[in-house]
Design a protein around this ligand. Structure first.
Ligand code: PLP
Length: 388
């Protein structure tokens, strides 16, 4: 008899929950709350995408699809890479239920127990849990404000041990809005090849970049496609979070393994949603441009506004829809800042420490919210800081 035994595994107990959820719980019952916590577009999905989904269900397409996803969608995804000079074949594309599902499968496919993964700190909190779930070891690598919150190549190099297998890249980044430069990615790819490491790149915010430079994927460097798993999807670019639709692009060997694993979790994504994805990729892209136009205006408003508040500074985020503001000048720790701002001014922000210890001294504000809310939220934040 195992006296330590309980219905819940030890492994799952160790996996951290989300601080964002805690913040949500705190605001329950509060009136007149302004939230900068939302990690998703506030737009609804484009109408032609919804129509394509509904039409598919109405045609009676209510069955399983191939585990890999419908051929039309894999073809449409591969075509977007081909158009950017990245030679992915439809057979190397796998369709999943949200980027998170493919990150999860990629971890199982790439990692053995005890393998170490280098992750950005601050970085998206879920990465840690994903790694722990497969018995791999997340190794946080500090990404600094002065380096645009992207990896410094020497910091990566110093974190490598004989157990290191994968470098995780998230550019544009949640929570910082940082975007890796082509030069930075070239250095990382050289390091990966030199030390025989693999790369998992989360490119879910790829289309949301603001500085006019074309996006570079690490997979596009010579010799990198064969050692990289790319995860991307529809959630952010097309405001389709609730569709739960995404893809991975990876060498056939990995895609085949991920397909086998997907069968044990999802079997397949529902067909109507996949036709929505085809409509999104092959249809008119004006919807994306309109949303991007709004994000750009909100970004201006929030970053200028934050920098106008004494004791707060904010780097211009190069991508995604997050501002990562430095609040260390207020003398408060991130969590205390966020809690008091919520209690005193009913404004929700996420403490930087929700994304790792490297986030101490920062708060994350999502600007996927209306200009009116941004203005009012900034006004309240200024009042809060003045009153400290
Ligand atoms: N990766 C990052 C960095 C994210 O911020 C998110 C969502 O917040 C995801 C992945 C998950 O995307 P999806 O909704 O497609 O699962």
């Amino acid at each position: 008899e195992n006296i330590d035994m309980s219905i819940v595994s030890k492994k799952s107990k160790q996996i951290p929950g989300s601080l964002i959820r805690e913040m949500f719980a705190m605001q329950a019952g509060m009136k007149d709350v302004i939230s900068f916590a939302l990690g998703e577009p506030d737009f609804t999905a484009p109408q032609h995408v919804v129509d394509a989904t509904v039409a598919s269900f109405r045609r009676g397409e209510t069955h399983y699809t191939p585990n890999t996803g419908i051929p039309a969608l894999r073809k449409a995804v591969a075509a977007t890479y081909q158009a950017r000079g990245l030679d992915y074949q439809p057979s190397e594309i796998l369709i999943g239920a949200g980027a998170i599902s493919l990150l999860n499968l990629a971890c199982t496919a790439m990692l053995d127990i005890g393998d170490e993964v280098l992750l950005p700190d601050p970085g998206w909190a879920n990465y840690k849990g994903l790694m722990m779930q497969v018995g791999a070891v997340p190794i946080p690598v500090k990404v600094k404000e002065e380096n645009g919150f992207m990896y410094e190549i020497d910091d990566l190099r110093n974190a490598i041990t004989p157990k290191t297998k994968v470098i995780l890249i998230n550019s544009p980044s949640n929570p910082t809005g940082g975007v890796a430069s082509a030069e930075n990615l070239r250095q990382i790819s050289d390091l990966a090849k030199e030390r025989n490491l693999y790369v998992l790149t989360d490119e879910i915010y790829r289309e949301l970049i603001w500085d006019g430079e074309p996006y570079t994927s690490i997979a596009s460097f010579p010799g990198m496609k064969e050692r990289t798993v790319v995860v991307d999807g529809f959630s952010k670019k097309y405001a389709m979070t609730g569709f739960r639709l995404a893809w991975s692009a990876a060498p056939l060997e990995v895609t085949t393994v991920m397909t086998k694993l997907l069968e044990n979790v999802l079997s397949s994504v529902n067909e109507g949603v996949q036709w929505g994805g085809v409509a999104a990729l092959t249809g008119n892209q004006d919807c994306v441009e309109e949303m991007k136009c709004q994000y750009r205006r909100r970004r201006e408003l929030i970053v200028k506004g934050l920098n106008n508040i004494e004791k707060i500074s904010c780097l211009w985020p190069k991508g995604a829809f997050y501002a990562f503001a430095n609040i260390s000048g207020t003398g408060l720790k991130s969590q205390e800042f966020a809690m008091r701002l919520l209690q005193e001014q009913h404004v929700v922000v996420v403490p930087g420490t929700g994304f790792g210890q490297g986030g101490e001294g920062f708060i994350r504000l999502s600007y996927a919210t209306s200009e009116k809310s941004i203005q009012e939220g900034l006004r309240r934040m200024e009042a809060f800081v003045k009153g400290l």
